[in-house]
Write a protein that binds this ligand. Structure first.
Ligand code: ZN
Length: 245
C-alpha cells in the first residue's frame, strides 16, 4: 500500500510535530516519518555560521520536492522556521564553522563537533514548539553509526527532554526515530515510508558532506566522497543496496 494513503497511528493522528530539519539525509528521513504520523508538521532549521550554505539550500528544495511527490504529506507540511544562531559560529573553533582540518581532537572527538549545538537546537525547537502549541519535537540524531557526538546520544536527549519539561512546565516529547538505526537501516526506513520515490528524493536532494561539495552525483548522493560524513553515507548506501543492515 502506498505510504501516503495510510492513516496516522491512533493517538497521534490529531497532534502536531516540529521537526529539526537541516537538509541532511537523517533529518529528511525523520521529516517523512513525522509526516506519516502526525496531522500537522512544521520544520525548523538554524543558520549558525556553517562554512557552507548548501545544506540550507537543500532544505528548501527538498521540502518543495516532497510536496510535489507526496501530496498527502504536502497537505500536512506547514510552516518552516529558519533562525540565525550565529553565536555558535562566533564562539566555536570547529571544522564546520572555520577552515580547520577535519581530524580527531585530544578528547577523541572529531573537529566537526560543535559543542552545545544540539543542546541549543533542542532548546530553541522546544521554545518554538511551546509557542506554537506543538507537543512533539522530532530529531534525526543517532547513536549508531554516528561520528560519536555526545549530544546525539539517547541519554543526552532523554536528559534534555526532562530539563526542557521542567524548565517550561510542559509535556514535550522528543522523538528520535533513528537513534538505534544504522545508516543502511535509515535508508530502509525511507523506503518503507515512501518507497523508491522517497529514497531517490533523499539520495539526490539531501546534503551530508562536511566540505559542502555538491558537484558530482554519486550512487549514494552528492558529496566529496572523502570526508567522514561522506564515507558514512557511502558505506550505509552500499550495505542498504546489498540488502544488509
Ligand atoms: Zn564529503
Amino acid at each position: 500500500m502506498a505510504a501516503t494513503h495510510r492513516t496516522p497511528p491512533d493517538g497521534l493522528a490529531h497532534e502536531s510535530a516540529l521537526v529539526l530539519f537541516s537538509g541532511g539525509q537523517d533529518s529528511a528521513t525523520v521529516l517523512a516519518w513525522a509526516l506519516e504520523r502526525f496531522a500537522a508538521v512544521e520544520t525548523v532549521g538554524f543558520r549558525y555560521g556553517q562554512r557552507h550554505g548548501v545544506e540550507l539550500e537543500c532544505r528548501t528544495d527538498f521540502a518543495a520536492a516532497l510536496r510535489g511527490a507526496f501530496p498527502a504529506w504536502g497537505r500536512r507540511l506547514g510552516d518552516d522556521h529558519l533562525h540565525a544562531v550565529e553565536v555558535l559560529g562566533e564562539i566555536s573553533e570547529t571544522a564546520l564553522t572555520r577552515p580547520v582540518e577535519i581530524a580527531m581532537d585530544e578528547a577523541g572527538l572529531p573537529t566537526t563537533f560543535v559543542p552545545g549545538r544540539n543542546l541549543l537546537f533542542f532548546t530553541l525547537a522546544a521554545a518554538i514548539a511551546y509557542r506554537r502549541g506543538i507537543r512533539h519535537v522530532v530529531a534525526g540524531v543517532c547513536e549508531t553509526d554516528s561520528s560519536g557526538y555526545p549530544d546525539c546520544r539517547d541519554d543526552t536527549v532523554k536528559a534534555m527532554q526532562a530539563a526542557l519539561n521542567l524548565g517550561m512546565a510542559s509535556r514535550l516529547v522528543l522523538h528520535t526515530p533513528l537513534m538505534w538505526r544504522t545508516k543502511a537501516q535509515t535508508w530502509q526506513l525511507a523506503e518503507a515510508l515512501g518507497g523508491e520515490a522517497l529514497v531517490e528524493l533523499i539520495r539526490t536532494g539531501t546534503h551530508t558532506c562536511y566540505l559542502g561539495e555538491r558537484g558530482t552525483l554519486h550512487p549514494w548522493g552528492h558529496g566529496c566522497g572523502e570526508c567522514p560524513a561522506c564515507l558514512l553515507r557511502m558505506e550505509g548506501w552500499r550495505i542498504y543496496r546489498e540488502g544488509g543492515s
